[in-house]
Ligand binder design. Structure first.
Ligand code: ATP
Ligand code: MG
Length: 583
């Protein structure tokens, strides 16, 4: 019988196993090579965790390397955000943070070496002519008239290129491979171009820049990367990757392996589209919680663990497919379920008055932070005569099987007492403004009362001690019923992607750590707790909570201010999503 671990290995691990067994490499090194031209998204997270995960599993190394060979689009802002995102995901690159631009000298030397071997030449054709000479999938290309320049002439012209003697586009350096190759990438590809542009790292030192297909294998080889993992669109570039490594003559050639990109169904990840959403003010930045950039997911309340779980569930494959967003939601629910406190908040409040409860009395009930995980601790929940409950938990004329409040019916107030509905007040338009109840002091939660049972339990917040919060509910920014794009290529936006609820009553414990006993957070003392300046705050930026019966919510790190918490709904509680059955 085959060992189980061998069976469950993905195809990349199988390649690595073979390479190690054959002694091709002693130890492995992987890398994540982003171009600093935008924010990372969930797809990049897959690549990061895949590369990092392999290095960890095999006791190898993982590098973060900025592929900053293209000076037009790159920005330092993106470098900083990418580093933050990679660290947040937990992909530890230790001291191995590299920039491809630091290898420009070596790349130049490599190009000179190719010229000396007769494997590269300076070409004066324009970009348009080069394209025309390239041929098609069915027809071979035509050789450049400059292809047979002497090595001496090429060396001189290339040096002139470097020294700024030519305008942009006047000359390029091309690899001399095979204009008749069935693989168009091998038809004398351009490897260096003239571009009089400042670079964020090297400034004005260079006016020639290497092309991606030439630079990338050199970067990998310099760093001792063994397995250079990239996405499928580079499969046809692999022969060129191997050609560069071989012709430049690296002793331990890295190996390129391709896998399928991660796509989420009905979710926008393209930089171009997100840029437009930001510019049009439809979202409030690249980290708007409706987006799936890593910064946005973090702000929405996703955790690194949930993203790791998601990536693991997606698996690694060679065939393109699209994953449902519901799977990501499943992962965050699973991750937060036992870890985070479950507290009460009322999103659509209506007042409930307990007529037989003493007017000025407030009693503090001890309630577990998470019923399924008592280790989390407890908090004090004030109870009084006037409460808020959610409007949908009351109906004047309920249908059958409605077990919540209606005239004459009794329910449990979560963690507190049974109350029985005695009547209601309405405004001129017939809207319910106050619900009247009586409570039974015998029925206190945890008192061991067994007298009778009720079918409904509802959440509530005491009016007098309530804090107020802004709560944002999100839907997909895309109207899924119509597909992602309109005919003109624009996005099919969902007008209801954001709902803002103001002044939602929430338990005071959210803002006051003194009400909380949480053994896992010894930092919660009156002196030190919280990110808030003076108030002792329990809910800090990026902290997430279950609002009982409603979903998981995260403290917005951008818009929350002291005494004015803003919560983003991460995900609702219920889902029809089921994990696919293991085969
Ligand atoms: P661009 O359109 O600008 O090329 P990019 O998403 O390819 O965008 P890179 O910075 O080149 O951006 O990507 C860095 C790495 O992330 C690459 O190795 C790339 O293959 C990988 N990657 C990008 N998108 C995905 C995705 N959807 N799923 C998995 N990996 C991805
Ligand atoms: Mg790219």
């Amino acid at each position: 019988m085959e060992e189980k671990s061998a069976v469950s290995r993905n195809f990349i691990e199988q390649i690595i196993d073979t390479d190690l067994a054959e002694g091709k490499y002693e130890t492995i090194c992987t890398r994540f090579p982003p171009e600093p031209n935008g924010y990372l998204h969930i797809g990049h997270a897959k690549s990061i965790l895949l590369n990092y995960g392999l290095a960890k599993k095999y006791g190898g190394k993982f590098n973060l390397r900025f592929d900053d060979t293209n000076p037009t689009k790159e920005k330092t802002e993106f470098v900083d955000s990418i580093i933050a995102d990679v660290k947040w995901l937990g992909a530890d690159f230790e001291d191995r943070l590299f920039f491809a631009s630091n290898y420009f000298d070596q790349m130049y030397e490599a190009a000179v070496k190719l010229i000396k071997k007769g494997k590269a030449f300076v070409c004066d054709l324009s970009a348009e002519e080069i394209r025309a000479y390239r041929g098609t999938l069915t027809e071979p290309g035509k050789e450049s008239p400059y292809r047979n320049r002497s090595i001496e002439e090429n060396l001189e012209l290339f040096e002139n290129m470097k020294n700024g003697m030519y305008e942009d586009g006047a000359k390029v350096l091309r690899a001399k491979i095979d204009m008749a190759s069935p693989n168009i990438n091998m038809r004398d590809p351009v490897i260096y171009r003239v571009a009089h542009m400042s670079h964020h790292n090297t400034g004005d030192k260079w006016c020639i820049y290497p092309m991606y297909d030439f630079a990338h294998p050199i970067e990998d080889a310099i760093e001792g990367v063994t397995h250079s993992i990239c996405t499928l669109e580079f499969e046809d570039h692999r022969p060129l990757y191997d050609w560069v490594v071989r012709e430049v003559g690296y002793e331990h050639p890295p190996k390129q392996i391709e896998f399928a990109k991660l796509y989420l169904t009905n979710v926008v990840t393209g930089k171009r589209y997100i840029k437009k959403l930001v510019e049009d003010g439809i979202v409030d930045g690249w980290d708007d919680p409706r987006l799936v950039s890593i910064a946005a997911l973090r702000r929405r309340g996703f955790t690194p663990e949930s993203i790791q779980m998601f990536v693991d569930l997606c698996g690694i494959s060679k065939s393109q497919s699209s994953v449902d967003y519901a799977m990501l939601e499943y992962c965050i629910r699973e991750d937060l379920k036992m870890k985070r406190p479950r507290m009460m908040a009322v999103l659509d409040p209506v007042k409930l008055v307990i007529d037989n409860y003493p007017e000025d009395q407030i009693e503090y009930l001890d309630v577990e932070l998470n019923l399924e995980n008592p280790e989390l601790g407890t908090r004090k929940v004030p109870f009084g005569r006037e409460l808020y409950i959610d409007r949908e938990d009351f109906m004047e004329n309920p249908p059958k099987k409605y077990f919540r409040l209606f005239p004459g019916n009794e329910v449990r107030l979560m963690g507190a007492y049974f109350v029985k509905c005695a009547g209601m007040e309405k405004d001129e338009d017939g809207n319910v403004t106050v619900i009247h109840c009586t409570y039974d002091p015998e029925t206190k939660s945890g008192s061991g009362f067994t007298g009778r049972k009720v079918k409904g339990t509802i959440h509530w917040v005491a009016a007098k001690t309530a804090l107020r919060a802004t709560v944002r509910l999100y839907e997909n920014i895309i109207d899924e019923s119509k597909g992602v794009y309109n005919e003109d290529g624009s996005l099919n936006l969902n007008p209801n992607s954001l709902t803002v609820l103001n002044d939602c009553p929430i338990e005071p414990a959210f803002g006051d750590a003194k009400l909380v006993t949480m053994p896992s957070r010894p930092d919660l003392t009156a002196e030190t707790a919280g990110g808030c300046e003076s108030a002792v705050c329990f809910a800090r930026p990026y902290d997430s909570f279950q609002f009982v019966r409603q979903g998981y919510f995260c403290v917005d790190a951008k818009d929350s201010k002291e005494g004015a918490l803003v919560f983003n709904r991460i995900v609702s509680l219920k889902s029809s999503f089921r994990l696919p059955k293991a085969e």
